[in-house]
Each structure stands twice: as C-alpha cells, then as structure tokens.
Design a protein around this ligand. Sequence first.
Ligand SMILES: Nc1nc2c(c(=O)[nH]1)N(C=O)[C@@H](CNc1ccc(C(=O)N[C@@H](CCC(=O)O)C(=O)O)cc1)CN2
Ligand SMILES: Nc1ncnc2c1ncn2[C@@H]1O[C@H](COP(=O)(O)OP(=O)(O)OP(=O)(O)O)[C@@H](O)[C@H]1O
Length: 196
Amino acid sequence: MMGTHPDTKSDLRRRLRARRRRLRGRAARRAAALATRRLTALDGWQRARHIGIYWPADGEIDTRPLIAAATRAGKHVYLPVIRSSPGDLAFRRHRPGDPLQRGRFGLPIPPRARAPQRRLAGLDLLVMPLVGFDAAGHRLGMGGGFYDRTLAGRGRCRRPLRVGLAYACQQHPAIPHDRWDQRLDRVVTDRTVHVW
Ligand SMILES: Nc1nc2c(c(=O)[nH]1)N(C=O)[C@@H](CNc1ccc(C(=O)N[C@@H](CCC(=O)O)C(=O)O)cc1)CN2
Ligand SMILES: Nc1ncnc2c1ncn2[C@@H]1O[C@H](COP(=O)(O)OP(=O)(O)OP(=O)(O)O)[C@@H](O)[C@H]1O
C-alpha cells in the first residue's frame, strides 16, 4: 500500500524511470550494444526460434539491433500487444521494416491483419523491459501488471525463458514485491548477466 513502505513501488518506479531516461546518446548506445552482445551470446538466445521482444519506449534499451540480429539468424520475433480482457499480452510477429501502428499507451504494435500471433507458451524466449530489478530476480515494470498476468499460472513450465533487459543502473537493493510478481530467469545488463 502507498506510504507504508519506505520504497513504495510507485515511488521507485518514478525514480528508476527518471534514471533510465537520463541515459541517452552515446552512453545509451554503448550500453545497449554491450547488453545486446551479452544477450545474443546466451544459450537460451541461440537455441530460441520464437522470441518475444518489446519495442523500445520511455528510455528503455533499444531493441532494434536485437530484432535485426534475430531476423538475420532466421528467428521469428514477436512484439507484445495488450489484450484488454483479460489484461495480459499476446505476441504478434514483426520483421524489420514492417509497418507498426499505435496501440494502448501509444506504443507501436504490429497491425492485426498481417501478423501471425502467438500466446506466451508458443515462445521459446521472452525479453522483457524493466524499470528496476534486484539481486533476487524481482522485477519492477511499468505498473500495468501485464507481464505478471501473462506469466501467471504457468507453474514449473520452463518455456519461455524469462529474460529482463536493462541498464545496470536499473538495479536497486530491494525491489518491493507482491504475491503476484513473477520472477525472472536472467537479467542482462551492459555490465553482466544475472542468473537464477
Ligand atoms: N516497450 C514496452 N512495451 C510494453 C511494455 C513496456 O513496459 N515497455 N509493457 C509492460 O507492461 C506493456 C505496456 N505497459 C504499460 C503500462 C503502463 C503504462 C503507463 O502507465 N503509461 C503512462 C501513463 C498512462 C497513459 O499514458 O495513459 C506513463 O508513462 O505514465 C504504459 C505501458 C506492453 N508493452
Ligand atoms: N496474475 C494476476 N492476476 C490479476 N491481477 C494481477 C496479476 N498480476 C498482477 N496483477 C495486478 O497488476 C497490477 C500491477 O502490478 P505491479 O505493480 O506489480 O506491476 P508491474 O509488475 O510493475 O507491471 P508489468 O508487469 O506490467 O511490467 C496490480 O494491481 C496487480 O493486482
């Protein structure tokens, strides 16, 4: 609940989003290139054929080089699309150069008519944006609960591998977490790869 903890989620979200946005230009490109190299070196990346990746917004690490690399390697890339009911995400195929349209929150999404769609279980790897993360693998997102709802109820199902992509400066000592928060398998940053 708001105000009952020194670091409420909404307070942290504001601070960490501001920190993320502050990294720009050459520093952002350099960090993104380092993180991209680490991510594409993962076994889970190299084995994956169907990959969910976000389209960058609000200072998130630029994923366009990742999308290009996946496509060159013959992998299929899907972008998240919000399903207002039940409030989770579906994933629509995207290739570099394909047109995008504005979806909820003004985020670019592939138009429904031309893009094959997959559910979470049809992906081998899910690359998620983070507002923040901690050393225990807790993830702080934008606050819509969309990734949490999408990942909920899968129990011990290993598919897809859940990878957060973030700048190292998004790490926080302890991200407050709730019952419904879904843990990550990996966080890849410009500095390192965290494994759980
Ligand atoms: N690039 C990217 N795509 C993504 C996500 C994300 O975090 N990053 N999502 C991860 O969940 C989903 C969208 N989630 C979102 C959740 C909340 C807000 C939000 O509160 N936005 C505004 C205020 C609301 C508005 O504009 O109406 C804000 O920036 O404060 C935006 C997106 C799906 N696609
Ligand atoms: N499995 C679920 N079923 C129903 N509601 C859920 C579920 N998971 C999360 N929610 C709801 O989503 C809301 C936002 O959760 P939270 O603040 O943890 O978002 P977040 O993890 O930062 O966002 P996101 O997952 O979109 O990146 C909460 O109000 C929570 O009740």
